[in-house]
Design a protein around this ligand. Structure first.
Ligand code: NAD
Length: 477
């Protein structure tokens, strides 16, 4: 089995590998991936530090060319890389290819941004003085990513980091090293100088922790769970470093009496169950007004009955497996908790067998849930959703906002008045009207508020806020 190594200071290193296993078929080993040690992480940080002075002053055309070449190769290999993604993470092939295309588009976007760096020239309030405001790279950026978007999240952190002249130490999630290895390999061959981008695959508690504890990392961008996010925050405050956190969600999807039923059901099924419900922007709280409630629940059950849960790589599969045994246990535990709390399991929720050994779970829909139940308050991160019945729009909005999280929020309605009011009053970083809570563009800001996020937004032009630091210079004329 080929060993995929870590990239440190421009060299592929590492001897011991860990098997990367396909959740649709646990007999299928995708490859062996090296596990970095804490010392490897320190070597990667030192390499990134040494590479920073030259890369931070590198020509914009050089940055543009490397990012563009990377975009072109990812897009040219979208079917192969999309297949790798689905094989290691378990989302369907269509979803895997779609995410890969998005990664290519992100590199393409930031290839363009490298040529659009700009500052401001402003007159001083004092006579004969000029003021210039410029953006400079931050330094060594640590990138720590979760398993659920194995290529898009690394892309939307690595591309802006390099575009704005930072050097990088990148630690992907243990469960999905394949796509991360592939994009680092592409960037390396595209001509990145030694040490500018370092890959350290391995355990969060070892490699990630070594990054958190290093005084030589000037900024950390993290996507993952709330618990780990808190550790990133505490360590970053300790080192007085910039940090950005994208964490959990408990995203609401409101369905009003005046909604078009088909639009509401399609958006709700997509929000709750596509990508096996393993999206930070997935909706697990379907908040439905009483006039449409019974029709909505019946239509959901009918639609769910038609969903094919099977091997992610098989044609015709709508929902792939859960990512691993640990996540599957968490999902089934919450299904049991929901029943104990008094919610009614209206559809699904059982483990299912397929031709190959994998982590297959029938998507679950609860009804008669309240917003105080644990299934409505805690992130499950699986294909499990709860319908909460409410009286009217005002109650729906109150319930939607009654959560510690604030990533994405959706509504199905034909009322301009309610749609407008919801966009203004939903306590979330992203609001969707008649659209699923998940599924976003790559050229506009992404992120949340309340317990979901901390720091400035990711993606689009807004990414510059995190990956640069502002300088204000005054000159006497
Ligand atoms: P996780 O927190 O377990 O792991 C995320 C990353 O942190 C991994 O690379 C892990 O190895 C690393 N890590 C673990 N311990 C560490 C430590 N002590 N120091 C440094 N790094 C450490 O999260 P996960 O299970 O991989 O991902 C699922 C979570 O991610 C969910 O909560 C989901 O909502 C969230 N998520 C959020 C967004 C968003 O944009 N808001 C997007 C995707 C996923």
């Amino acid at each position: 089995m080929t060993l995929h190594q870590n990239l440190i200071a421009g060299e592929w290193v590492g001897t011991d590998g860990v098997a990367n296993v396909n959740p649709s078929n646990t007999n299928d080993v995708i490859g062996d991936y090296a596990r970095a040690s804490a010392d490897d992480a320190l070597a990667a940080i030192a390499a990134a530090k040494a590479a920073f002075p030259a890369w931070s002053r590198s020509g914009l055309l050089e940055r543009h060319a490397i990012l563009k070449k990377t975009a072109d190769e990812i897009l040219a290999r979208k079917d192969e890389l999309g297949r790798l993604l689905s094989r290691e993470e378990g989302k369907t092939l269509a979803e895997g290819i779609g995410e890969t295309v998005r990664a290519g588009q992100i590199f393409d976007f930031f290839a363009g941004e490298a040529l659009r760096l700009a500052g401001e020239v402003i007159p001083s309030v004092r006579p004969n003085i000029g003021v210039e405001i410029t953006r400079e790279p931050v330094g060594v950026v640590g990138i720590i990513t979760p398993w659920n978007f194995p290529i898009a999240i690394p892309a939307w952190k690595i591309a802006p980091a390099l575009c704005y002249g930072n050097t990088v130490v990148f630690k992907p999630a243990e469960l999905v090293p394949g796509c991360s290895w592939a994009i680092v390999d592409i960037l390396h061959r595209a001509g990145l100088p030694k040490g500018v981008l370092n890959l350290v695959m391995g355990k969060g508690s070892v490699v990630g922790q070594a990054m958190l504890d290093s005084p030589d990392i000037q900024a950390i961008t993290f996507t993952g769970s709330v618990g780990t996010g808190k550790r990133v925050a505490a360590a970053s405050v300790e080192h007085n470093r910039k940090f950005q956190l994208e964490m959990g969600g408990k995203n609401p999807f409101v369905v009003l009496d005046d909604a078009e039923l088909a639009v509401a059901v399609e958006a709700a099924v997509n929000s709750a169950f596509f990508s096996t419900g393993q999206r930070c922007t997935a909706s697990s709280r379907l908040i439905v007004t009483e006039g449409i409630h019974d029709r909505f629940v019946a239509a959901m059950a009918e639609r769910m009955n038609g969903l094919v849960v099977d091997d992610a790589l098989k044609a015709g599969t709508h929902i792939g497996p859960v990512v691993d045994q640990g996540q599957l246990n968490q999902d089934t535990d919450y299904i049991a908790i929901g029943q104990q709390e008094g919610a009614k399991l209206a559809f699904g929720g059982e483990l299912i067998a397929r031709d190959t050994p994998g982590f297959y779970l029938q998507p679950a829909l609860f009804t008669e849930a309240t917003n105080q139940m644990r299934i409505a308050r805690e992130e499950i991160f699986g294909p499990v959703a709860a319908v909460i019945r409410v009286k009217d729009y005002d109650e729906a909005l109150a319930v939607a906002n009654d959560t510690p999280f604030g990533l994405s929020s959706g509504i199905a309605t034909t009322s301009l008045k309610h749609a407008t009011h919801f966009k203004r009053n939903a306590e979330a970083g992203m609001v969707m009207v008649n659209l699923p809570t998940a599924g976003v563009d790559f050229h506009v800001p992404f992120g949340g508020r309340k317990g979901s996020s901390y720091g400035s937004r990711e993606q689009g032009k807004y990414a510059a806020e995190f990956y640069t630091t502002v300088k204000t210079a005054y000159t006497l004329a």
